[in-house]
Design a protein around this ligand. Sequence first.
Ligand SMILES: Cc1cc2nc3c(=O)[nH]c(=O)nc-3n(C[C@H](O)[C@H](O)[C@H](O)COP(=O)(O)OP(=O)(O)OC[C@H]3O[C@@H](n4cnc5c(N)ncnc54)[C@H](O)[C@@H]3O)c2cc1C
Length: 509
Amino acid sequence: MKVKTVFEPTNNPGWRHAVVVGAGVGGLLAGRVLAGYFDRVTILERDAFPDDDAAGRKGVPQGRHLHSLATRGGEILERYFPGLDAELADAGCPALDQAWDTHTDTPAGRLPRFHSGIAMRAVSRSLLEERVRNRLEAEPGVRFLAGREVVGLVPDTTGGVVAGVCTRRRGPKEADETLAADLVVDASGQGSRAPRWLEELGYDAPEEEVVDARLGYATRWFRVPEDFSEDWKGLAVLPGWPDDTRGGTLRRVEGDVWTAVLIGLGGDYPPTRGDAFLEFARTLPSPAIYDAIKNAEPVSPVYGYRRTANRRRRYERARLPENFLVTGDAACSLNPSYGSGMTAAALSAEALEGCLHEQRLRSSKHDLAGLGRRFHKRQAAAVAPCWKVTTSTDRQWSASSVENFGLTGRLFHRVSEEVLALAVEREDVARTLLEVKNLLEPPSILLRPGILLPALRRTALSLLTEHKKPRSGQPEADVPMPSDLAISGERSAVWLIGLLCLLALLVGG
Ligand SMILES: Cc1cc2nc3c(=O)[nH]c(=O)nc-3n(C[C@H](O)[C@H](O)[C@H](O)COP(=O)(O)OP(=O)(O)OC[C@H]3O[C@@H](n4cnc5c(N)ncnc54)[C@H](O)[C@@H]3O)c2cc1C
């Protein structure tokens, strides 16, 4: 089904042709924004588009895995494609209130159940991508060229401006062609070759920052049992550093199926054999997911995935040719288990829109000079909260051992554990956590006194008593302090920080 949308009329500044590399969610959103400013937008995709099931699309192996659309991302998509949410609802995608419809088991216990209004449309990645692509395809001026791989950038005669791309037509009659463009946007995902293309033009590849929690995914789809009568639509079991390396998510999506994802961190990769998948589910810190799937009928094989490191390429610091932008996972790919990649791509699209709008006002000659520099800076700032949320926890898992994580980091971890424990007890804290997770609020909101002071107070108390909280459902038992705080050389520092926590205890009452 093709649905016509109407873009807001724009004062076209005379920009003629934009090329987007890659038709994933990042490329589609960039294409939507560019269509408001350029006469023509061409989206080049190396895959052929499947008619029905995009989950098998080679270029997006992640399509087989659960894709949570964070609330903020859903809102931005709806702004760019009005009516999309209703269309997904018509296609059978359930709406979820994230505090009511999903049971979340954390290392500190289950989060409270309440109507939060923090909504999510539970949709498979393939359906979402297909619907968005159909919307964009129906736009005048927008065309998709499938089966076209971009293999390099074409510079202008000065070498300082990108003037097009070199493409390779895939298939029996492979042929290279160039395509001229006023602007090239690389949205080719985490495997982007842009660093190499830049080096071929005589530029340095951008600096790269990697935080790898050594996380593995295993996903299997199940038919929702006919006699299923519980009133939840999703389950989440969170891992807990350093001992609980395992977790998972299960969610009902369109077609009355559950997508069950099991994760293992720190190299504890989940298996991809069916029986072993179930066994791994049984070992999760909460039995919720295992209980749901143990008798459910699988409707897919088990899919594995391990390229999950957080990776950002610092294009905002690089010297780049003009008229060349990099967006989506190609610029910043995030540990998928946090479910923020598509939202980061949506935030980048908003950054692009803002920059194009300003560029039109700024330049009397209506050229694109300086657009790349401004865009990469704005994009980096827009996705920084996503990066912060994912990497602050993943740094723990990326450390080779607890001791190597560093004292400040370990204390930060103790305080975050207490924030989680507070969220289990207090609806307002659970709501704030959900707002941060859904990119509705910045992570810094967790530092507000009503959360930070009690969390510090609890940290101080737990340091003093040297007891660790048991996971809910487990018998109360004295658990020794993690070895981190028992390292003798660091004790004095720990007590100093403990003293600060005590101060917080007194101030916070
Ligand atoms: C296992 C897994 C689970 C995930 N789960 C979630 C989730 O729950 N929630 C969430 O928000 N995000 C999730 N993500 C992240 C999400 O998939 C991406 O962040 C998001 O889709 C934006 O990606 P992108 O469009 O930039 O890149 P991609 O989705 O990778 O798309 C890139 C596209 O470019 C094409 N391409 C590549 N090279 C070329 C070339 N040279 N020429 C032409 N075309 C090319 C590819 O075929 C592909 O279609 C997950 C990712 C993984 C790996």
